[in-house]
Write a protein that binds this ligand. Structure first.
Ligand code: FE2
Length: 195
């Protein structure tokens, strides 16, 4: 037997995870537009937004769990509402470093889209995110969360302890599809910069 049981406390309205009984603590990680500027199609819109400030795109409240088989990583992601030109605020997106690992998302607040693609970017899947939606990301699918609504999008995520993250593949290649504003809703478009 390894490890010591612990609990944390989730505020469903904000997604903030606070340290609870026996907790190892919770890490808050933030991503601003300047850190993700290449991910967006409209670079003129990126420059305009950066000139006005450097908007927060999302934050992650991560529970530090050993990166070992049998453990369960878990965190909340809070993606802010907004857009860069026509393209909604979104997470960087990743494959898992150990590809054969899945993930579950529970949406607690907001509206959005879970954008997924296979290794080659030839197969794309989209799931709607809304409070109560429990989304399953099978092994080997890259995943990105996109806030298509007017309020923060709050997700609770659970995945294997040793899954790890591969951000590099998508930083180089991008996603095959863009999620763009379309009136009060969204539409998918081919990413002209997809490599
Ligand atoms: Fe993941």
């Amino acid at each position: 037997m390894t490890g010591i049981p612990f609990a944390n406390l989730l505020e469903p309205g904000t997604g903030i995870l606070g340290a609870g009984t026996g907790s190892p603590g919770v890490q808050r990680v933030t991503r601003h537009l300047s850190e993700l500027r290449e991910a967006f199609r409209d670079q003129a819109a990126v420059e305009r937004l950066l000139a006005e400030g450097d908007p927060l795109l999302y934050e992650v409240y991560n529970v530090p769990v050993p990166e070992d088989p049998g453990e369960l990583q878990h965190c909340t992601s809070v993606i802010q509402p907004g857009a860069v030109g026509e393209e909604f605020f979104m997470t960087a997106g990743h494959f898992h470093a150990r590809l054969a690992t899945a993930e579950v998302y529970l949406c607690l607040r907001g509206r959005g889209v879970l954008l997924m693609q296979d290794r080659a970017g030839e197969v794309v899947a989209v799931l709607e995110l809304f409070p109560g939606a429990v989304s399953y990301i099978p092994p080997e699918w890259a995943h990105r969360s996109v806030n298509t609504g007017p309020e923060p999008l709050v997700l609770f995520c659970v995945y294997p302890g040793d899954a790890g993250h591969d951000y590099g593949t998508l930083r180089e290649k991008g996603f095959a599809k863009l999620v763009l504003r379309d009136g009060g809703s969204y539409r998918l478009a081919d990413n002209p910069a997809y490599r």
